[in-house]
Design a binder for this molecule. Structure first.
Ligand code: RIB
Length: 305
């Protein structure tokens, strides 16, 4: 079987990960136990997860002209991700993400877009030939919205299914968004986008179902330790999480989406792909860091054997 081909049109960031006992109050200085620098950005994370699970990945992205940008490109190259369309923006810093991980492994993330803000619709025209060869296009919202909409239209016109991860949540134009094949928010994003409460599973289902009235085709809500929820006109189905004791959940949603794209492209079976992606995401929480906590396909298969 040929490897799935996936194009990610999205962000990359340097993650500045600080483990904290608690957040400082205004005007207060406190000590934090640990710090780590790692490769992140929702687009890059999803690209690495798709690649590590066996897809051939093309990355369309922008980096700054400093040290971080060069390292980000080297990191993509080290995974075998196609970086022909990862371009350097002169006189601009790369995207960075200060991340605070608490003692329960939960995270709070700030992003500074930097060069990611320069990924314009023209980038899609430039990479057209490679994108046309893809089984899926993966999109997130850490790049300009005009580029996200252009990519959705490109996918729709060329019959390439688009998986849209609306993260971080934004005010969206559903005239474009409805053309994506699968919409994948987490609970917080679902709450912001639907304007409905997500404080119980029942309410999460209602909030996701409300998006069907905006003509979305399929919605997968990532629910962390509760699993993932598929909502379409035909069915609503909860896929339970694979239980683990998480150390750091940063990037788990990206691990889910990137691996899901590979598994779905391989089998065409959405429930099977969600079950596998739930497991892949769970394993990514067992060690610290974002991309470096993602298993290779071999490591993953050994675990699920
Ligand atoms: O989803 C996790 C990611 O969000 C981090 O890697 C950070 O860079 C932000 O983009």
């Amino acid at each position: 079987m040929a490897n799935p081909k996936i194009t990610v049109i999205g962000s990359n960031m340097m993650d500045l990960i600080t483990n904290i006992n608690r957040m400082p109050r205004s005007g207060e200085t406190i000590e934090a136990p640990d710090f780590d620098l790692g490769f992140g950005g929702k687009g890059a994370n999803q690209a690495v997860a798709a690649c590590k699970t066996g897809a051939e990945v093309v990355m369309v992205s922008r980096v700054g002209d400093g040290l971080f940008g060069r390292e980000v490109i080297k990191n993509f190259d080290s995974h075998g991700i196609d970086t022909e369309y990862v371009k350097v923006v002169e006189n601009t810093t790369s995207g960075v993400a200060p991340i605070f991980v608490d003692q329960d492994g939960n995270n709070r993330i700030l992003i500074v877009k930097g060069a990611n803000a320069h990924l314009k619709p023209e980038a899609i025209d430039q990479a057209k030939d490679k994108i046309l060869n893809s089984d899926f296009i993966l999109l997130q919202l850490e790049i300009p919205l005009e580029t996200v909409y252009y990519a959705i239209e490109f996918g729709a016109e060329n019959e390439i299914p688009v998986i849209l991860n609306p993260a971080p949540a934004a005010d969206l134009d559903f005239n474009y968004v409805k053309k994506a094949s699968i919409f994948v928010p987490n609970e917080t994003e679902l709450e912001t986008i639907s304007g409905m409460p997500v404080d119980s599973l029942e309410n999460i289902k209602k909030a996701a179902q409300s998006l069907l009235t905006k003509d979305l085709k399929k919605i997968i809500v990532t629910l962390g330790e509760k699993g993932s929820l598929l909502v379409s006109k035909e069915k609503t189905e909860l896929i339970f999480a694979f239980k683990v004791d998480p150390k750091d959940t940063t990037g788990a949603g990206d691990a889910f989406i990137g691996s899901f794209a590979t598994f779905y492209a391989e089998s065409g079976d959405i429930i099977k792909a969600m079950k596998l992606a739930n497991k892949y995401a769970a394993f990514s929480t067992l060690s610290t860091g974002t991309q470096k906590s993602f298993y290779t396909r071999e490591e993953f298969e050994k675990e699920i054997d």
